[in-house]
Design a binder for this molecule. Structure first.
Ligand SMILES: Cc1ncc(COP(=O)(O)O)c(C=O)c1O
Length: 375
């Protein structure tokens, strides 16, 4: 038996400190925002290499607030990948904008800059790449395209805290520091997770940081004077405690994820019979991958998933369809194979267990299970 995800393992040693932190929140009477959140914002900005960070209620609200901050207007188009979680595109629609779906590259599974360029129109306002599964998108090319066309570049960093890309200056840059705004989720399955919902935005721009803070609290400043229309995007104090307690361990957990990924790659290499059956995740030649997911592709995906489930080996399908195929986006009139790579990958992808605390023996069981399926 191998669980797809076990969140209890990496927090086991932190439990006493987190429980103490929860008690201190109860005693303090400060339940929303407050000093723990302010401390977390400092920690996050420093980690990402940005001047500012603004904590918020979730990754979905972060995306919405980022688009509100750039004054996205009804009718504006935002180019997003179709192969992503729903919130990347729904944020655009919540403001009356139109998501324009770009295809992905078959190796990185991230937004294809060439397709982005093809989809720019006079109505395009922004490009919104996702750093999928812990791998940074091709930010050098996307940044050049955004600059050449005068577009905003907003990063969806939900799955990739700490991932890095190399830009035109030849240097590594952390996700969240390359676009005008970075959007993070701290949903429990993320590499840095809360014990509830949580999110944040990062930016190098002071005016944007101030606007994001205003947007988080109904545009109110001072109390009951509303400068702009905002939302309730505030984060609980308790989540600040959890995030601050966990933060010093993030790089260790990331190193563990990287080791698990390497071990999977070695285990698969030791089974040459699988070489033409399974497409392994491609490793980036530069930058830093943080492995939120380890995904293989295979033509027998559905049967393999069932075979492994029968042996109590957990896997997951991220994502079974491109967003362009979703019922709520039918009005945009995409045919499923309009985005051929997204279509093909969504039918063949399977995520294997990867989380801090996963043992070598469990990894071997996963790979042996796959080898047995193909015997
Ligand atoms: C790529 C991506 N964007 C946005 C989100 C939304 O984050 P949240 O669940 O915190 O609202 C997620 C999280 O599931 C995600 O994976």
């Amino acid at each position: 038996m191998v669980p797809f995800l076990d969140l209890s393992r990496h927090v086991a040693s932190l439990k006493p400190a987190i429980k103490e932190g929860l008690a201190s929140v109860v005693d303090s009477g400060i339940f929303v925002l407050g000093p723990e959140i302010a401390q977390f914002e400092k920690n996050l900005a420093e980690y990402c290499g940005t001047r500012f960070a603004v904590a918020c209620a979730s990754g979905s609200e972060a995306l919405l607030m980022a688009l509100m901050a750039i004054d996205l207007k009804p009718g504006d188009e935002v180019i997003v990948p179709s192969f992503t979680f729903f919130a990347t595109a729904s944020a655009v629609v919540r403001l009356g904008g139109t998501p324009v779906f770009a295809d992905i590259c078959p190796d990185s599974l991230n937004m294809d800059p060439a397709d982005v360029e093809r989809k720019i129109t006079s109505r395009t306002r922004a490009i919104l790449p996702v750093h999928l599964f812990g791998r940074a998108a091709d930010m050098e090319k996307l940044d050049a395209i955004a600059k050449a066309h005068g577009l905003e570049l907003i990063e969806d960093c939900a799955q990739a805290i700490g991932a890095e890309a190399v830009l035109a200056d030849g240097q590594n840059h952390r996700v969240g520091s390359m676009g005008s705004i970075g959007c993070f989720s701290f949903y429990p399955t993320k590499n840095l997770g809360t014990m509830g919902d949580g999110g944040a935005l990062t930016t190098q721009n002071e005016a944007l940081a101030e606007k994001l803070k205003l947007l988080r609290g109904h545009g109110m400043q001072p109390r009951y004077f509303h400068k702009i229309i905002g939302i309730n995007g505030r984060l609980d104090a308790f989540q600040g405690i959890v995030l601050n307690q966990k933060f010093p361990f993030l790089d260790g957990w990331t190193a563990e994820r990287q080791q698990i990924a390497e071990r999977y790659l070695d285990l698969f290499k030791s089974k040459p019979a699988l070489a033409d059956k399974i497409q392994l995740p491609a490793q980036a030649s530069s930058g830093r991958m943080v492995w939120n997911q380890f995904c293989i592709c295979t033509n027998e995906r559905n049967d393999l998933e069932k075979f492994l489930a029968d042996r109590k080996i957990g896997t997951a399908i991220y994502y079974p369809f491109g967003l362009h195929e979703q019922e709520c986006f039918r009005y945009l009139n995409y045919a499923p194979e309009d985005l051929p790579v997204t279509y093909r990958v969504s039918r063949s992808i399977l995520a294997l267990p990867i989380f801090p605390g996963l043992t070598s023996a469990e990894q071997e069981e996963v790979v042996e299970g796959i080898a047995e399926f193909y015997k």
